[in-house]
Design a protein around this ligand. Structure first.
Ligand SMILES: Nc1nc2c(ncn2[C@@H]2O[C@H](COP(=O)(O)OP(=O)(O)OP(=O)(O)O)[C@@H](O)[C@H]2O)c(=O)[nH]1
Length: 317
């Protein structure tokens, strides 16, 4: 009666159960294993596991099994380390990009009367639902973080992110002597007039177009964001002042190259830019931005729609 009950449980439980002797011969193969592998118990029992499933990671798995025989202890694996042992398909409409059933496994030693381990029982748990939920959660967290770094209007980075990256770049500079970077700060010219003449919604559209135009000419490593209302900031890692000036001029040219179309209206825009550099020994991000701001101010003073590179004499003027 007890044996019957055991057999019943082993077959009805929704867990894969099979056992192996020292030479990896299969001694037990429950219904879960039959259903998911398509191999009947009569075929499996007596067969060598690795001959029956040549796709199994033999080196790793035989080591794991061997450790249970030798140490006489339980062993475990989780889907996070190794997503699955057997390539069992998983039939669910939402699989979160997972092709196969995700599995946790437990290896249990079976001792004989003299205390020696003469078989290992392997339990295989289908944890696909958990894995999907965890992946969805991680994706959502990733999106949330990405979202918190973005400016809601333009989609480029926001000031919080720029400040964080600025600090990181400074740390990188103090760690690696060879690292350096430059900053471009730019501000749209007479943007108040755009708002006053065409309305705030048109002004918003202009800001979006500015961001998308600049994005088309940047390098992958450049970090570009909206620093304030109509003020934008770029961090250019491993770029010297001459390179930054070229980039700034490119930005200036693309912004005034053609008017921004908002509905039927064409709005001509331009920007004033300031460029400054962060040298080794520079520890204060604010100082670099201040210097870029002084240079930007000089561009405004000298007629707008121009680029100025920071130099010490700008402090005096
Ligand atoms: N539409 C819109 N306007 C904004 C936004 N943020 C700031 N502004 C506007 O940008 C304008 C900035 O005006 P000012 O600081 O006087 O500068 P300016 O008119 O660009 O003149 P100069 O910088 O001297 O060339 C103000 O009218 C702000 O209301 C925004 O998110 N959307």
């Amino acid at each position: 009666m007890q044996q019957k009950l055991c057999d019943f449980i082993v077959n009805e439980v929704n867990v894969g159960i099979f056992s192996l002797d020292k030479s990896h011969r299969i001694l037990l193969w429950n219904r879960f294993m039959v259903q998911h592998s398509g191999i009947r118990a009569e075929q499996a029992i007596g067969a060598n596991l690795f001959e029956l499933f040549p796709e199994l990671p033999q080196k790793w798995l035989s080591k794991k099994i061997e450790s249970v025989f030798v140490l006489k202890n339980f062993a475990f694996t989780s889907w996070e380390q190794r997503p699955y042992l057997f390539k069992f398909s998983y039939h669910r409409p939402i699989t979160g990009g997972m092709d196969f059933m995700q599995q946790n496994t437990t290896f249990m030693p079976v001792r004989n009367e003299s205390g020696e381990v003469d078989a290992v029982i392997v339990n295989l748990f289908d944890v696909t639902d958990n894995a999907i939920a965890q992946n969805l959660l991680q994706n959502a967290m990733g999106k949330l973080e990405e979202f918190s770094n973005r400016d809601g209007l333009t989609g480029i980075y926001n000031r919080r992110y720029l400040d964080m990256r600025f600090t990181q770049e400074l740390e990188r500079m103090s760690r690696y002597q060879a690292a350096f970077f430059t900053v471009i700060l730019f501000d749209l010219d007479r943007f108040k007039l755009v708002n006053d003449r065409y309305g705030h919604i048109a002004g918003d559209e202009v800001l979006r177009v500015v961001a998308s135009r600049v994005l088309t000419i940047l390098r992958d490593t450049d970090i570009f964001g909206r620093y304030g209302g109509e003020e934008f900031l770029l961090l250019l890692p491993q770029t010297d002042l001459a390179g930054a000036e070229i980039a700034a001029e490119r930005i200036r040219e693309i912004l005034c190259s053609s008017p921004v179309q908002v509905g039927e209206t064409k709005i001509q825009i331009s920007a004033s830019l300031g460029v400054s550099a962060c040298h080794s020994g520079c520890s204060n991000p604010q100082q670099v931005i201040e210097e870029a701001d002084l240079a930007l101010y000089a561009s405004k003073q000298n007629g707008r729609n121009r680029t100025t590179v920071f130099s010490a004499d700008l402090r005096e003027s």
